[in-house]
Design a protein around this ligand. Sequence first.
Ligand SMILES: Nc1ncnc2c1ncn2[C@@H]1O[C@H](COP(=O)(O)OP(=O)(O)OP(=O)(O)O)[C@@H](O)[C@H]1O
Ligand SMILES: [Mg+2]
Length: 286
Amino acid sequence: MNEAATAGTPAIRVNALSKTFKGCTALDSVSIAIAPGEMVALIGASGSGKSTLLRHLTGLALGDDRMGRVEVLGTPVQACGRLAGDIRRTRSRVGFVFQQFNLVGRLPVMTNVLAGSLGRVPLWRSMTGRFTAEERQLALDALDRVGIADKAWVRASSLSGGQQQRAAIARTLVQKAEVILADEPIASLDPVSSRRVMETLARINAEDGVTVVVSLHQVDFAIRYCPRTIALKKGAVIYDGPSAALTPRLLQDLYGSQAEELGSDLTGAASFVTGLRPGYALAANA
Ligand SMILES: Nc1ncnc2c1ncn2[C@@H]1O[C@H](COP(=O)(O)OP(=O)(O)OP(=O)(O)O)[C@@H](O)[C@H]1O
Ligand SMILES: [Mg+2]
């Protein structure tokens, strides 16, 4: 069990966090608490602040200086626009997964995955591929868990998008991350690969108790894989609750003029919601 769980503190706590970019409000007094072991979807239209919020969680971006606090795994990350002192250790406990995979294409999958243990493995040894048997085993076990153990020694660039994303998830396993922050991990994947990636995240969440926060454009995936959804609109939290209780009306409000663009996704999500909760009208504008 991870340290935060034993201490009973939230894995992630955000209080009154605001972020303004030259007069543009990217985060509007966001307050959330996520317990250890939760799997939470972050949804919202393009520009609603999902990536900005994720970046603030590890201090890659700093909030406005009036107020606003972020704590991760019981450790301060930032307060009033200032980075907390030594947050390196906290960052080392958080794994990142990005839409664009962030693997080094010309290096073997094994090397990319073992980059998750940087800090334990010296950089030069990682780059030259000289790993100990124990390190290799750790990486192989991680690759096995995400279903691509047979790809350990091929170049990362030769993997499909879905496989690259699963390698990125394996890297967080090697890192022994207690929190995984995934920013649109399935945005550039086909539906089958998307399902595999979401299932992989859900399994790690269920089996290891790793806290997962995943931003998604596909609302139906949020509903299917994440018990809880936080919805952002213009930087403000406008819904935070069970994914199964999302309503077509809220989805329409959330996506506004982008609803048409997201058409099939929203219709799918709306019918999914309707299916879960008989009595809801299917039409998004009901
Ligand atoms: N570095 C920056 N400089 C200026 N404005 C920024 C910066 N980063 C984000 N923004 C603005 O903050 C708002 C939130 O952006 P953010 O990227 O967090 O949205 P998002 O929900 O992740 O969108 P998408 O779904 O398109 O990824 C947007 O209006 C964006 O233009
Ligand atoms: Mg984004």
